[in-house]
Design a protein around this ligand. Structure first.
Ligand SMILES: NC(=O)c1ccc[n+]([C@@H]2O[C@H](COP(=O)([O-])OP(=O)(O)OC[C@H]3O[C@@H](n4cnc5c(N)ncnc54)[C@H](OP(=O)(O)O)[C@@H]3O)[C@@H](O)[C@H]2O)c1
Length: 287
């Protein structure tokens, strides 16, 4: 059986969906915090069990009989996140899994300026120390993050944000499909994958140009001082720690931490990855 955590989240739910096109539902299980939110999966024949990384005892039952466990990284940061991932790795080992998969990041690195990246690096070190075969999916930066960086650019015609650097923005759907392929074909990749990214790295200047093109209204990129940007977020109710975390993403992108691109994702998928332009076309389409 293949067990997937985070299956009520954006990535995990799409992984399960794609996996069910490849293997029978009775070989798929999910470990979720709220089983009521996975009722649709149960109806499709998937084993649904409750598992919470902060309650390690719940994971023993949620992972029971798993040959492979896909640990979808939690959305905490720091020691808390790494402790949660450690609990999941321990549980997978205890139930006798023969392989662990983990959703890491292309920018995983102990000295990154963006807080989640050292957590991914620390989790990869735990995987390596576990003694079990593992695959660390070094996912590209989610394209879905872009709207969070735009502010009200489309209304004002100004994309105001701190200085940034290129990012190889990558769609959830493509990353989910790749994870499903790697789960269904266990011998494909061992250890850390190459960066799983779309083929182009774009900065906010490039994104302003795409927005201009798609909307028919000029969107100008305006660089804002770091402190002014975080102060603006805090004024709008964003907690200070969250604002600083987000600023770290700009610092990291300026250093080129998310600029790498690699053909591995498209070659796994056997088709082109979704471009930022296509994503923004969908995001701007009238509903
Ligand atoms: N590659 C990138 O650019 C990027 C960007 C942002 C985040 N990420 C990472 O990728 C992960 C998946 O992304 P996503 O878009 O699917 O995020 P998401 O929709 O927030 O999903 C996160 C999943 O993790 C589960 N989770 C959180 N805490 C947990 C715990 N204590 N025990 C068990 N499960 C727990 C959540 O459970 P519930 O459904 O019960 O809430 C949710 O299903 C994120 O959690 C984050 O680590 C990557």
């Amino acid at each position: 059986m293949i067990v997937i955590t985070g299956a009520t989240g954006r990535l995990g739910s799409q992984v399960v969906d794609r996996l069910l096109t490849r293997i029978p539902a009775d070989q798929v299980g999910v470990s979720v915090r709220d089983t009521a939110r996975a009722a649709d999966l149960r109806a499709r024949g998937v084993r649904v069990r409750r598992g919470d990384f902060t309650e390690p005892e719940s994971l023993a039952e949620a992972f029971e009989n798993a040959a492979q466990v896909l640990i979808v990284s939690a959305n905490d940061t720091g020691g808390e996140a790494v402790a949660q991932h450690a609990a999941a790795i321990d549980a997978a080992t205890t139930v006798g899994a023969t392989r662990i998969l983990y959703t890491s990041h292309q920018g995983a690195g102990a000295d990154s300026r963006f807080a989640p990246m050292p957590d991914h690096a620390a989790t990869e070190a735990l995987l390596a120390a576990s003694g079990l075969p593992f695959t660390s999916l070094r996912n590209g930066f989610y394209t879905a993050t872009i709207p969070l960086l735009l502010g009200n650019a489309l209304e004002t015609g100004e994309l105001r944000a701190p200085a940034d650097g290129p990012v190889s923005w990558t769609e959830h759907a493509d990353l989910a499909e790749a994870a499903a392929i790697v789960l269904a074909e266990p011998d494909l990749i061992d250890g850390a994958t190459p960066p799983l990214t779309a083929p182009n790295a774009l900065d906010l200047n490039d994104i302003a140009a795409i927005l201009t093109d798609l909307s028919g209204r000029t969107v100008r990129r305006v660089i804002v001082e770091d402190e002014d940007w975080t102060a603006g977020l805090i004024t709008h109710g964003v907690p200070e720690a969250q604002a600083e975390l987000l600023l770290g993403m700009f610092h990291a992108s300026r250093r080129g931490e998310f600029a790498t691109t690699d053909p591995a994702l498209e070659s796994l998928l056997g088709h082109e990855a979704t471009s930022v332009r296509t994503f923004l076309e969908g995001a701007l389409a009238p509903r």
